[in-house]
Design a protein around this ligand. Structure first.
Ligand SMILES: [Mn+2]
Length: 320
């Protein structure tokens, strides 16, 4: 719930600001990128002020066609000493996740945060946080309504993209509230089919490489554990995350656990773990990582063979 008191402070700070910076977490995902772009557009539409959007890390290829994508600048391309009157930090979780753009927060006269992550160490003076929101964009939507802002179809598209990505294409939706927002965004002219199709597009090389790695999957524990490997050479040919491989692995009937090993460097293995209604978070923690109950991961600094052996040893201990 956004109160009128919060709207008043937000409004006053934006009106009084000459330089406004927007940012989210490093390596922005759909929600991070689109929440920033949507709020940027809303401020420009409703206050006639220009906003600077910065990011750190990489933005995935499948977000290339998101409206206003080019409005986000790699933080090092922005003059580091730029005065900042208001910094708005979105979808960040913990301060460490902000990365390079944090220096603009440290310089800022006032800091606002908009987030749906659980966080005890808040960076914002004004906090528009809601842990029950399915996406940060959901809070931006509520702010826009509470403030009575004009919202165009570009803003609606960005919010929809954020919701679709953060809910895993609606799979993780736990409340009707976000679906009522989705309904309103459709009525505002959003083409949901087009967004979903665009998000699914990947470079040809990535799809072919990931399918190749799934073709060489190894099965253990009576075929109930599937382990696929993306070698260092394959890793170079694809766009980082291995979603296609994980999706294919997850479709195999009778497989309870899937593991994707990515040889990011000779001694750095990215491990993605998925459980078909079976928890994998403890295994991720044992490897020095973490995540959600059915989807977790880790980055392990060891050789591919050693990491695979460690994982097999850990799976010996699970109750099949
Ligand atoms: Mn999010």
């Amino acid at each position: 719930m956004i109160t009128q008191e919060q709207v008043k402070i937000f409004d006053k700070k934006i009106r009084g600001a000459e330089s406004i910076f927007l940012m989210a977490h490093k390596n922005p995902d759909g929600d991070a990128l689109c929440s920033v772009a949507a709020l940027c557009r809303l401020i420009e539409l409703n206050y006639g002020k220009s906003v600077t959007c910065v990011y750190d890390g990489n933005i995935p290829d499948n977000l290339d066609n998101v409206p206003l994508r080019r409005r986000l600048h790699f933080f090092e391309r922005v003059e580091p000493d730029t005065p900042v009157d208001v910094a708005i930090v979105m979808d960040y979780g913990i301060i460490r996740n902000i990365g390079g753009p944090y220096k603009f927060v440290e310089n800022a006269g006032f800091v606002i945060e908009i987030d749906h992550h659980i966080n005890d160490n808040k960076v914002g003076k004004l906090c528009l946080d809601d842990e029950s929101a399915a996406a940060t964009a959901e809070i931006v939507y509520e702010l826009a309504l509470a403030a009575g802002w004009e919202m165009d179809v570009t803003v609606a598209m960005l919010m929809m993209t954020a919701i679709i990505t953060d809910t895993g294409f609606f799979k993780f939706v736990k409340s009707g509230k976000v679906m009522r927002i989705v309904a309103d965004l459709i009525d505002r002219g959003v083409d949901i089919q087009r967004i979903i199709n665009d998000l699914a597009q990947k470079p040809r090389k990535t799809v072919v490489t990931e399918a190749e790695s799934v073709g060489a999957t190894e099965f253990y524990f009576k075929n109930r554990l599937a382990i696929a490997t993306i070698t260092a050479n394959q890793y170079k040919r694809m766009d980082g995350r291995g979603e296609t491989a994980l999706n294919l692995l997850g479709q195999m009937r009778g497989v309870d656990y899937t593991v994707l090993l990515k040889e990011q460097k000779p001694d750095q293995i990215g491990v993605s773990l998925r459980g078909h209604y079976k928890s994998v978070d403890k295994i991720a923690v044992a490897l020095g990582g973490g995540g959600h109950e059915y989807a977790a991961g880790a980055v392990v600094h060891d050789t591919l063979d050693n990491v695979k052996q460690r994982i097999l040893d850990l799976f010996k201990k699970v109750s099949w």
